[in-house]
Ligand binder design. Structure first.
Ligand SMILES: [Zn+2]
Length: 464
Protein backbone atom coordinates (compact mmCIF):
# COMPACT_ATOMS: atom_id res chain seq x y z
CA UNK A 1 0.00 0.00 0.00
CA UNK A 2 2.51 2.50 -1.06
CA UNK A 3 0.96 5.23 -3.06
CA UNK A 4 2.32 7.02 -6.07
CA UNK A 5 5.00 9.58 -5.44
CA UNK A 6 3.47 13.01 -5.75
CA UNK A 7 5.28 14.78 -8.62
CA UNK A 8 5.26 18.08 -6.72
CA UNK A 9 7.65 16.57 -4.24
CA UNK A 10 9.69 14.34 -6.49
CA UNK A 11 12.30 16.93 -7.36
CA UNK A 12 12.54 18.10 -3.78
CA UNK A 13 13.30 14.64 -2.52
CA UNK A 14 15.70 13.76 -5.27
CA UNK A 15 17.69 16.86 -4.67
CA UNK A 16 17.47 17.18 -0.94
CA UNK A 17 18.09 13.86 0.59
CA UNK A 18 19.13 10.81 -1.34
CA UNK A 19 18.33 9.22 -4.65
CA UNK A 20 16.89 6.17 -3.03
CA UNK A 21 13.85 5.72 -5.18
CA UNK A 22 11.96 2.61 -4.27
CA UNK A 23 9.50 3.59 -6.94
CA UNK A 24 6.69 5.37 -5.21
CA UNK A 25 8.03 4.51 -1.83
CA UNK A 26 10.67 7.03 -1.03
CA UNK A 27 12.65 6.91 2.14
CA UNK A 28 13.27 10.54 3.10
CA UNK A 29 15.94 9.72 5.65
CA UNK A 30 17.84 6.49 5.39
CA UNK A 31 18.87 6.21 9.01
CA UNK A 32 17.20 9.21 10.55
CA UNK A 33 14.89 9.89 13.41
CA UNK A 34 11.12 10.09 13.29
CA UNK A 35 9.83 13.66 13.49
CA UNK A 36 9.54 15.17 16.96
CA UNK A 37 6.00 15.49 18.20
CA UNK A 38 4.84 18.14 20.66
CA UNK A 39 2.89 16.09 23.20
CA UNK A 40 0.76 18.98 24.46
CA UNK A 41 -0.11 20.14 20.98
CA UNK A 42 -1.29 16.72 19.74
CA UNK A 43 -3.18 16.05 22.97
CA UNK A 44 -5.01 19.34 22.58
CA UNK A 45 -6.05 18.20 19.09
CA UNK A 46 -7.51 14.96 20.47
CA UNK A 47 -4.63 12.73 19.37
CA UNK A 48 -3.38 10.22 21.90
CA UNK A 49 -0.21 8.17 21.90
CA UNK A 50 0.12 4.41 22.38
CA UNK A 51 3.58 3.32 23.43
CA UNK A 52 5.13 -0.04 22.64
CA UNK A 53 8.71 -1.23 22.54
CA UNK A 54 9.14 -0.92 18.78
CA UNK A 55 6.16 1.25 17.88
CA UNK A 56 4.91 4.61 19.15
CA UNK A 57 1.49 5.07 17.60
CA UNK A 58 -0.40 8.35 17.44
CA UNK A 59 -4.12 8.09 16.80
CA UNK A 60 -7.29 10.10 16.92
CA UNK A 61 -9.40 6.96 17.31
CA UNK A 62 -11.13 6.38 20.65
CA UNK A 63 -9.75 3.78 23.01
CA UNK A 64 -10.79 0.19 22.34
CA UNK A 65 -8.86 -3.05 22.73
CA UNK A 66 -8.33 -3.69 19.01
CA UNK A 67 -6.72 -0.25 18.65
CA UNK A 68 -4.86 -0.04 21.94
CA UNK A 69 -3.16 -3.42 21.43
CA UNK A 70 -1.60 -2.48 18.08
CA UNK A 71 1.85 -1.68 19.54
CA UNK A 72 1.84 -5.16 21.13
CA UNK A 73 0.97 -6.66 17.75
CA UNK A 74 3.86 -4.78 16.16
CA UNK A 75 6.27 -5.84 18.92
CA UNK A 76 5.27 -9.47 18.41
CA UNK A 77 5.93 -9.12 14.69
CA UNK A 78 9.52 -7.82 14.97
CA UNK A 79 11.18 -11.16 15.85
CA UNK A 80 9.14 -12.86 13.12
CA UNK A 81 10.27 -10.31 10.53
CA UNK A 82 13.84 -10.83 11.73
CA UNK A 83 13.55 -14.60 11.37
CA UNK A 84 11.89 -14.42 7.96
CA UNK A 85 14.44 -12.00 6.53
CA UNK A 86 17.47 -13.61 8.16
CA UNK A 87 18.29 -10.57 10.29
CA UNK A 88 20.01 -11.18 13.62
CA UNK A 89 17.38 -10.37 16.22
CA UNK A 90 19.87 -8.43 18.33
CA UNK A 91 20.11 -5.86 15.53
CA UNK A 92 16.42 -5.09 15.92
CA UNK A 93 16.60 -4.47 19.68
CA UNK A 94 16.73 -0.68 19.43
CA UNK A 95 14.52 -0.34 16.34
CA UNK A 96 11.67 2.09 16.85
CA UNK A 97 9.05 3.20 14.40
CA UNK A 98 6.70 6.12 14.81
CA UNK A 99 3.24 5.46 13.43
CA UNK A 100 0.07 7.41 12.77
CA UNK A 101 -3.33 5.71 12.72
CA UNK A 102 -5.62 8.25 11.17
CA UNK A 103 -9.35 8.71 11.35
CA UNK A 104 -9.42 12.40 10.31
CA UNK A 105 -6.66 13.33 7.88
CA UNK A 106 -7.18 17.06 8.50
CA UNK A 107 -6.27 16.65 12.16
CA UNK A 108 -2.92 15.09 11.28
CA UNK A 109 -2.27 17.55 8.48
CA UNK A 110 -2.84 20.47 10.87
CA UNK A 111 -0.31 18.91 13.23
CA UNK A 112 2.26 18.50 10.42
CA UNK A 113 2.16 14.73 10.89
CA UNK A 114 1.44 13.67 7.31
CA UNK A 115 4.23 12.39 5.01
CA UNK A 116 5.51 15.41 3.08
CA UNK A 117 6.52 13.26 0.12
CA UNK A 118 3.18 11.47 -0.17
CA UNK A 119 0.39 13.33 1.66
CA UNK A 120 -2.38 11.80 -0.46
CA UNK A 121 -1.50 8.12 0.11
CA UNK A 122 -4.52 5.87 -0.21
CA UNK A 123 -4.47 3.50 2.78
CA UNK A 124 -0.97 3.27 4.12
CA UNK A 125 2.57 4.49 3.61
CA UNK A 126 5.92 3.72 5.18
CA UNK A 127 9.44 5.08 5.33
CA UNK A 128 12.37 3.65 7.23
CA UNK A 129 11.14 4.81 10.61
CA UNK A 130 7.62 6.19 10.16
CA UNK A 131 4.39 4.68 8.94
CA UNK A 132 0.88 5.94 8.29
CA UNK A 133 -2.40 4.03 8.34
CA UNK A 134 -5.88 5.22 7.48
CA UNK A 135 -8.63 3.71 9.65
CA UNK A 136 -10.09 0.53 8.10
CA UNK A 137 -13.52 -1.10 8.33
CA UNK A 138 -12.44 -4.18 10.31
CA UNK A 139 -10.10 -4.94 13.21
CA UNK A 140 -8.43 -7.57 11.05
CA UNK A 141 -7.71 -5.27 8.16
CA UNK A 142 -6.44 -2.46 10.44
CA UNK A 143 -3.92 -4.89 11.96
CA UNK A 144 -3.11 -6.29 8.53
CA UNK A 145 -2.32 -2.82 7.23
CA UNK A 146 -0.06 -2.12 10.22
CA UNK A 147 1.84 -5.36 9.53
CA UNK A 148 1.96 -4.61 5.80
CA UNK A 149 3.48 -1.16 6.34
CA UNK A 150 5.67 -2.54 9.11
CA UNK A 151 7.07 -5.09 6.64
CA UNK A 152 7.97 -2.24 4.25
CA UNK A 153 9.69 -0.31 7.06
CA UNK A 154 11.55 -3.39 8.29
CA UNK A 155 12.83 -4.29 4.82
CA UNK A 156 14.00 -0.75 4.13
CA UNK A 157 15.69 -0.49 7.51
CA UNK A 158 17.37 -3.89 7.65
CA UNK A 159 17.62 -5.03 4.00
CA UNK A 160 18.31 -1.62 2.49
CA UNK A 161 15.44 -1.97 0.02
CA UNK A 162 12.29 -3.90 -0.76
CA UNK A 163 12.67 -5.05 -4.37
CA UNK A 164 10.44 -4.38 -7.41
CA UNK A 165 6.75 -3.60 -6.98
CA UNK A 166 5.39 -7.13 -7.12
CA UNK A 167 7.94 -8.39 -4.62
CA UNK A 168 7.68 -5.40 -2.29
CA UNK A 169 3.88 -5.48 -2.13
CA UNK A 170 3.63 -9.26 -2.42
CA UNK A 171 5.94 -9.75 0.54
CA UNK A 172 4.13 -7.10 2.60
CA UNK A 173 0.79 -8.75 1.86
CA UNK A 174 2.22 -12.24 2.46
CA UNK A 175 3.54 -11.30 5.90
CA UNK A 176 0.61 -8.98 6.63
CA UNK A 177 -1.80 -11.92 6.37
CA UNK A 178 -1.83 -13.11 9.95
CA UNK A 179 -3.43 -14.91 12.84
CA UNK A 180 -3.79 -12.95 16.03
CA UNK A 181 -4.44 -14.59 19.38
CA UNK A 182 -5.78 -17.81 17.91
CA UNK A 183 -8.27 -19.00 20.52
CA UNK A 184 -8.00 -22.67 19.62
CA UNK A 185 -4.40 -23.17 20.69
CA UNK A 186 -3.01 -21.13 23.57
CA UNK A 187 0.46 -22.65 23.21
CA UNK A 188 1.03 -20.82 19.94
CA UNK A 189 2.38 -17.34 19.66
CA UNK A 190 -0.37 -14.79 19.84
CA UNK A 191 0.71 -13.56 16.44
CA UNK A 192 1.53 -15.59 13.36
CA UNK A 193 2.66 -13.74 10.28
CA UNK A 194 2.35 -15.19 6.77
CA UNK A 195 -0.77 -17.19 7.59
CA UNK A 196 -2.53 -18.09 4.36
CA UNK A 197 -6.18 -17.31 5.19
CA UNK A 198 -8.12 -20.45 6.03
CA UNK A 199 -11.55 -18.90 5.63
CA UNK A 200 -13.15 -15.65 4.57
CA UNK A 201 -14.19 -15.03 8.17
CA UNK A 202 -10.52 -15.11 9.21
CA UNK A 203 -9.74 -11.99 7.16
CA UNK A 204 -12.81 -9.69 7.15
CA UNK A 205 -12.70 -6.93 4.52
CA UNK A 206 -9.31 -8.00 3.17
CA UNK A 207 -10.70 -9.09 -0.18
CA UNK A 208 -7.60 -10.38 -2.01
CA UNK A 209 -8.97 -13.90 -2.50
CA UNK A 210 -12.24 -12.53 -3.87
CA UNK A 211 -10.36 -10.32 -6.34
CA UNK A 212 -8.41 -13.33 -7.63
CA UNK A 213 -11.48 -15.56 -7.82
CA UNK A 214 -13.52 -12.92 -9.63
CA UNK A 215 -10.76 -12.50 -12.20
CA UNK A 216 -10.44 -16.26 -12.67
CA UNK A 217 -14.20 -16.64 -13.10
CA UNK A 218 -14.11 -13.96 -15.80
CA UNK A 219 -11.21 -15.70 -17.55
CA UNK A 220 -8.93 -12.78 -16.67
CA UNK A 221 -6.30 -14.32 -14.44
CA UNK A 222 -3.02 -12.46 -14.74
CA UNK A 223 -0.16 -14.27 -16.48
CA UNK A 224 2.93 -14.78 -14.34
CA UNK A 225 4.93 -12.30 -16.42
CA UNK A 226 2.32 -9.58 -15.95
CA UNK A 227 2.71 -9.83 -12.18
CA UNK A 228 6.51 -9.76 -12.33
CA UNK A 229 6.36 -6.64 -14.48
CA UNK A 230 4.58 -4.66 -11.77
CA UNK A 231 7.07 -2.03 -10.71
CA UNK A 232 7.05 0.78 -8.21
CA UNK A 233 6.60 3.68 -10.60
CA UNK A 234 2.84 3.82 -10.16
CA UNK A 235 0.25 2.79 -7.62
CA UNK A 236 -0.63 -0.87 -8.01
CA UNK A 237 -4.41 -0.81 -7.68
CA UNK A 238 -6.51 -3.48 -6.04
CA UNK A 239 -5.76 -6.15 -8.66
CA UNK A 240 -2.03 -5.48 -8.56
CA UNK A 241 -1.95 -6.01 -4.80
CA UNK A 242 -4.03 -9.17 -5.08
CA UNK A 243 -1.89 -10.79 -7.79
CA UNK A 244 1.36 -9.73 -6.09
CA UNK A 245 0.17 -11.38 -2.89
CA UNK A 246 -0.94 -14.48 -4.80
CA UNK A 247 2.48 -14.93 -6.41
CA UNK A 248 4.37 -14.36 -3.16
CA UNK A 249 2.06 -16.83 -1.41
CA UNK A 250 2.64 -19.49 -4.09
CA UNK A 251 6.41 -19.07 -4.07
CA UNK A 252 6.51 -19.08 -0.28
CA UNK A 253 3.97 -21.87 0.18
CA UNK A 254 5.03 -24.36 -2.50
CA UNK A 255 7.65 -26.92 -1.45
CA UNK A 256 9.41 -26.82 -4.84
CA UNK A 257 9.83 -23.03 -4.84
CA UNK A 258 9.98 -21.94 -1.19
CA UNK A 259 13.70 -22.11 -0.36
CA UNK A 260 14.76 -20.09 -3.39
CA UNK A 261 12.07 -17.49 -2.72
CA UNK A 262 13.21 -16.98 0.85
CA UNK A 263 16.85 -16.80 -0.22
CA UNK A 264 15.91 -13.89 -2.48
CA UNK A 265 15.30 -11.69 0.58
CA UNK A 266 19.07 -11.15 0.45
CA UNK A 267 18.61 -9.51 -2.95
CA UNK A 268 15.89 -7.06 -1.85
CA UNK A 269 18.17 -4.05 -2.41
CA UNK A 270 19.49 -5.27 -5.77
CA UNK A 271 18.24 -3.17 -8.72
CA UNK A 272 18.56 -6.37 -10.78
CA UNK A 273 16.23 -8.26 -8.47
CA UNK A 274 13.97 -9.58 -11.25
CA UNK A 275 16.96 -10.85 -13.21
CA UNK A 276 18.13 -12.75 -10.14
CA UNK A 277 14.60 -13.99 -9.57
CA UNK A 278 14.34 -15.40 -13.10
CA UNK A 279 17.81 -16.94 -12.85
CA UNK A 280 16.92 -18.66 -9.60
CA UNK A 281 13.95 -20.38 -11.25
CA UNK A 282 15.37 -20.82 -14.75
CA UNK A 283 15.81 -24.58 -14.42
CA UNK A 284 12.13 -25.21 -13.69
CA UNK A 285 10.48 -22.07 -15.07
CA UNK A 286 8.06 -24.29 -17.02
CA UNK A 287 6.98 -26.00 -13.80
CA UNK A 288 6.40 -22.58 -12.25
CA UNK A 289 4.33 -21.44 -15.23
CA UNK A 290 2.24 -24.61 -15.11
CA UNK A 291 1.75 -24.34 -11.38
CA UNK A 292 0.80 -20.66 -11.68
CA UNK A 293 -1.80 -21.42 -14.33
CA UNK A 294 -3.46 -24.06 -12.16
CA UNK A 295 -3.18 -22.02 -8.96
CA UNK A 296 -4.49 -18.77 -10.42
CA UNK A 297 -7.56 -20.63 -11.67
CA UNK A 298 -8.36 -22.40 -8.40
CA UNK A 299 -6.96 -20.22 -5.60
CA UNK A 300 -9.25 -20.25 -2.59
CA UNK A 301 -9.25 -19.87 1.18
CA UNK A 302 -7.37 -22.75 2.77
CA UNK A 303 -5.46 -23.60 -0.43
CA UNK A 304 -3.45 -26.73 0.41
CA UNK A 305 -0.04 -26.02 -1.17
CA UNK A 306 1.52 -29.32 -0.09
CA UNK A 307 -1.23 -31.46 -1.61
CA UNK A 308 -1.86 -29.22 -4.63
CA UNK A 309 1.83 -29.24 -5.61
CA UNK A 310 1.98 -30.90 -9.01
CA UNK A 311 3.57 -34.31 -9.36
CA UNK A 312 5.76 -34.42 -12.46
CA UNK A 313 7.15 -37.50 -14.19
CA UNK A 314 9.73 -38.07 -16.86
CA UNK A 315 7.73 -37.74 -20.10
CA UNK A 316 7.65 -40.64 -22.53
CA UNK A 317 6.32 -40.42 -26.06
CA UNK A 318 3.19 -42.45 -26.55
CA UNK A 319 3.30 -42.95 -30.31
CA UNK A 320 1.30 -46.15 -30.24
CA UNK A 321 0.18 -48.74 -27.76
CA UNK A 322 -0.91 -47.68 -24.32
CA UNK A 323 0.30 -46.39 -20.98
CA UNK A 324 -1.08 -46.57 -17.48
CA UNK A 325 -0.93 -44.19 -14.55
CA UNK A 326 -2.16 -44.30 -10.96
CA UNK A 327 -3.75 -41.01 -9.93
CA UNK A 328 -4.12 -40.18 -6.24
CA UNK A 329 -7.35 -38.66 -4.98
CA UNK A 330 -5.60 -36.54 -2.33
CA UNK A 331 -3.30 -34.61 -4.66
CA UNK A 332 -3.61 -31.93 -7.35
CA UNK A 333 -2.38 -32.32 -10.93
CA UNK A 334 -0.33 -35.45 -11.58
CA UNK A 335 1.59 -36.22 -14.74
CA UNK A 336 0.76 -39.49 -16.45
CA UNK A 337 4.19 -39.29 -18.07
CA UNK A 338 2.54 -39.83 -21.46
CA UNK A 339 3.38 -37.38 -24.25
CA UNK A 340 0.42 -37.17 -26.64
CA UNK A 341 1.52 -36.23 -30.15
CA UNK A 342 -0.10 -33.44 -32.12
CA UNK A 343 -2.69 -34.69 -34.59
CA UNK A 344 -2.96 -38.18 -33.15
CA UNK A 345 -6.07 -39.26 -31.25
CA UNK A 346 -6.03 -40.89 -27.84
CA UNK A 347 -8.58 -42.55 -25.64
CA UNK A 348 -8.24 -41.99 -21.90
CA UNK A 349 -10.21 -44.33 -19.66
CA UNK A 350 -10.26 -44.57 -15.89
CA UNK A 351 -11.41 -47.00 -13.23
CA UNK A 352 -11.15 -47.36 -9.49
CA UNK A 353 -12.85 -46.41 -6.27
CA UNK A 354 -11.53 -43.80 -3.86
CA UNK A 355 -12.69 -41.51 -1.05
CA UNK A 356 -13.55 -37.97 -2.13
CA UNK A 357 -14.81 -36.58 1.22
CA UNK A 358 -15.59 -37.57 4.77
CA UNK A 359 -18.59 -36.25 6.62
CA UNK A 360 -20.71 -37.26 9.63
CA UNK A 361 -21.94 -40.34 7.77
CA UNK A 362 -18.38 -41.49 7.02
CA UNK A 363 -16.33 -41.57 3.81
CA UNK A 364 -17.85 -40.77 0.44
CA UNK A 365 -16.88 -43.46 -2.09
CA UNK A 366 -16.31 -42.17 -5.58
CA UNK A 367 -15.40 -43.39 -9.06
CA UNK A 368 -13.88 -41.38 -11.94
CA UNK A 369 -17.32 -40.24 -13.11
CA UNK A 370 -17.65 -38.29 -9.86
CA UNK A 371 -20.51 -38.02 -7.40
CA UNK A 372 -23.51 -36.02 -8.47
CA UNK A 373 -24.73 -35.33 -4.93
CA UNK A 374 -22.11 -32.65 -4.60
CA UNK A 375 -20.48 -30.48 -7.22
CA UNK A 376 -17.37 -28.39 -7.24
CA UNK A 377 -16.46 -25.71 -9.81
CA UNK A 378 -19.45 -26.60 -11.94
CA UNK A 379 -18.63 -30.32 -12.23
CA UNK A 380 -19.36 -33.43 -10.14
CA UNK A 381 -17.09 -33.78 -7.11
CA UNK A 382 -14.40 -36.39 -7.68
CA UNK A 383 -14.76 -36.47 -11.47
CA UNK A 384 -11.51 -37.14 -13.32
CA UNK A 385 -10.13 -34.01 -15.04
CA UNK A 386 -7.49 -33.83 -17.78
CA UNK A 387 -5.05 -31.09 -18.81
CA UNK A 388 -2.40 -30.96 -21.52
CA UNK A 389 0.98 -29.40 -20.82
CA UNK A 390 2.72 -28.63 -24.11
CA UNK A 391 6.29 -29.76 -24.61
CA UNK A 392 9.01 -28.23 -26.76
CA UNK A 393 10.02 -24.65 -27.53
CA UNK A 394 7.71 -21.96 -26.14
CA UNK A 395 5.74 -24.81 -24.63
CA UNK A 396 4.34 -22.78 -21.76
CA UNK A 397 3.10 -19.89 -23.89
CA UNK A 398 -0.22 -21.31 -24.90
CA UNK A 399 -2.30 -24.29 -23.92
CA UNK A 400 -2.78 -27.19 -26.28
CA UNK A 401 -6.32 -28.02 -27.23
CA UNK A 402 -8.30 -30.56 -29.20
CA UNK A 403 -7.86 -30.21 -32.95
CA UNK A 404 -11.31 -29.52 -34.22
CA UNK A 405 -14.75 -28.52 -33.12
CA UNK A 406 -16.07 -32.08 -33.33
CA UNK A 407 -13.49 -33.22 -30.81
CA UNK A 408 -14.23 -30.15 -28.77
CA UNK A 409 -17.93 -30.87 -28.69
CA UNK A 410 -17.34 -34.50 -27.75
CA UNK A 411 -15.04 -33.49 -24.94
CA UNK A 412 -17.27 -30.64 -23.72
CA UNK A 413 -14.34 -28.21 -23.50
CA UNK A 414 -12.40 -26.70 -26.38
CA UNK A 415 -9.15 -26.39 -24.47
CA UNK A 416 -7.64 -28.74 -21.92
CA UNK A 417 -5.34 -26.52 -19.90
CA UNK A 418 -4.71 -26.38 -16.17
CA UNK A 419 -6.91 -23.29 -16.09
CA UNK A 420 -9.66 -24.89 -18.14
CA UNK A 421 -9.39 -28.66 -17.86
CA UNK A 422 -11.26 -31.30 -19.80
CA UNK A 423 -13.79 -33.38 -17.84
CA UNK A 424 -12.50 -36.88 -18.61
CA UNK A 425 -14.69 -38.89 -16.22
CA UNK A 426 -14.76 -42.58 -17.03
CA UNK A 427 -13.44 -41.94 -20.53
CA UNK A 428 -12.59 -39.19 -23.02
CA UNK A 429 -11.09 -38.82 -26.49
CA UNK A 430 -8.31 -36.26 -26.96
CA UNK A 431 -6.68 -35.00 -30.15
CA UNK A 432 -4.03 -32.49 -29.14
CA UNK A 433 -2.93 -29.76 -31.51
CA UNK A 434 0.55 -29.72 -30.00
CA UNK A 435 2.72 -32.37 -28.45
CA UNK A 436 1.79 -32.33 -24.80
CA UNK A 437 2.07 -34.28 -21.57
CA UNK A 438 -1.22 -35.51 -20.16
CA UNK A 439 -1.92 -34.53 -16.54
CA UNK A 440 -4.85 -35.80 -14.49
CA UNK A 441 -6.51 -35.03 -11.16
CA UNK A 442 -9.87 -35.54 -9.50
CA UNK A 443 -12.20 -32.58 -9.17
CA UNK A 444 -12.18 -31.16 -5.64
CA UNK A 445 -11.58 -27.94 -3.78
CA UNK A 446 -7.88 -27.11 -3.30
CA UNK A 447 -8.76 -26.71 0.39
CA UNK A 448 -10.40 -30.12 0.78
CA UNK A 449 -7.89 -32.72 -0.35
CA UNK A 450 -6.89 -33.78 3.16
CA UNK A 451 -9.90 -36.07 3.63
CA UNK A 452 -9.48 -37.83 0.30
CA UNK A 453 -7.87 -41.26 0.03
CA UNK A 454 -7.09 -43.92 -2.52
CA UNK A 455 -6.37 -43.73 -6.22
CA UNK A 456 -7.70 -44.54 -9.66
CA UNK A 457 -6.07 -46.25 -12.62
CA UNK A 458 -5.95 -44.35 -15.89
CA UNK A 459 -5.20 -45.97 -19.22
CA UNK A 460 -4.10 -43.87 -22.21
CA UNK A 461 -4.34 -45.54 -25.61
CA UNK A 462 -3.43 -44.25 -29.07
CA UNK A 463 -6.41 -44.98 -31.32
CA UNK A 464 -5.64 -42.97 -34.50
ZN1 LIG B 1 2.58 -1.50 0.40
Amino acid sequence: MSARLDPRFAALIRGALLALLLGGLVAPIARGEPRRVNADRVAAAGVRVLEGRHLRLFTDLPSEPAVDELPAVFDAAVPQWAAYFGVDESKTAAWQVQGYLIDDRATFAALDLMPEQNPDFANGFATVDELWLVEQPSDYYRRHLLLHEGTHAFMQRFLGGAGPGWYMEGTAELLGAHLWNPPTDVRRSKLQLAAFPATRDAVPMWGRVKTIRDAAAAGQSWPLDAVIELDNTRALGVEGYAWSWALAALLDGHPQFRDRFRALTAAAADPQFNRRFRAAYAADWGDLQAEWQAYAATLDYGYDFARMAMIHRQPTELASGSAQAAIRADRGWQSTGAVLLAGRTYRVTAAGRYVIAVDGDGPWPCEPGGVTLRWHAGRPLGELLAALRPVGADAEDEPAGPRDSLAAAADLSPIASFASPLPAGLGATITPTRDAVLYLRVNDSPAELADNAGELQATIMAIR
